[in-house]
Design a protein around this ligand. Structure first.
Ligand code: NI
Length: 257
């Protein structure tokens, strides 16, 4: 069994966990999970994230409005997000960004919410957790313009644009997607980026790795992504997990005992 797993991106407030949330979260530390950051997607789930971080010692929270929710959110809610961000154990603004795959919110509104939340993060000197789906060019342009700290999560771009992101001082997050059959791009990126820029995550309950694809994901399943990355880098899985955990503590300013 592996230890020291730091899941930098989870959604345990999701209704898919309504039946077994406490059972799962009580068990994770015994399955090698040492830290989890739960990400908000709107005001309500950001409040839930904070609550989870108060309930579980090994939990931290991020608060933010996801591009899917931008259209149904208000600037007043962004003020609430800014207040929540100053709660104890809140370590980032996220998840925020652009999603041109689903386009659930009009693109100009997505961009407006992304920008405003980057500015909030910069004011509070906090990192951001970025969602970028089929919006690589506009995401990179905004990151270049505002130069926030943070991570591009569930990385799906090319190894080339990962270099650009890393040049800005940011991190790249990898999860179950590196185990998928069509994972050529994320694998190339995971094999080539500097190790000190690599983070691990699940995006649970979504993105369960092979051989659990389509099932409900939990943080302990990070080992499958770590294993795949270790394989392409010719390293030990536990070393990848340890390095990623150290990187996460550095980015999210979490003290280690
Ligand atoms: Ni997510």
């Amino acid at each position: 069994m592996f230890s020291n797993i730091f899941d930098t991106h989870a959604h345990y407030d999701d209704e898919k966990f309504d039946g077994d949330r406490d059972e799962i979260l009580s068990a994770l530390p015994s399955l090698g999970v040492s830290k989890v950051i739960n990400c908000g997607c709107d005001l309500k789930s950001s409040v839930e994230s904070i609550k989870l971080s108060q309930k579980y010692d090994y939990f931290y929270s991020a608060v933010g409005i996801h591009p899917h929710e931008a259209e149904d959110s208000s600037y007043e809610q962004l003020e609430e997000i800014q207040k929540l961000a100053q709660s104890k154990k809140c370590v980032a603004i996220g998840e925020i960004g652009l999603d041109y795959h689903y386009d659930f919110s009009p693109r100009d509104i997505q961009q407006e919410f992304f920008k405003k939340q980057i500015i909030i993060a910069k004011e509070l000197d906090m990192p951001i957790i970025v969602h970028d789906r089929e919006a690589h060019e506009d995401t990179l342009a905004l990151l270049k313009k505002y130069r926030p700290k943070g991570v591009v999560h569930c990385y799906s771009g090319s190894a080339e644009s990962a270099k650009e992101i890393i040049k800005l001082g940011m991190y790249i997050g990898f999860g179950g997607a590196v185990t998928f059959k069509n994972a050529r791009k994320p694998i190339e990126t995971a094999a080539s980026i500097p190790l000190d820029r690599l983070l691990l995550e699940t995006d649970c309950p979504y993105m369960a790795p092979v051989p659990f694809r389509g099932k409900k994901c939990t943080s302990d399943l990070i080992e499958f992504a770590a294993q795949k990355i270790a394989e392409v880098r010719n390293m030990q899985t536990q070393d990848i997990i340890d390095i990623a955990a150290e990187n996460a503590c550095e980015l999210f300013k979490i003290q280690t005992e």
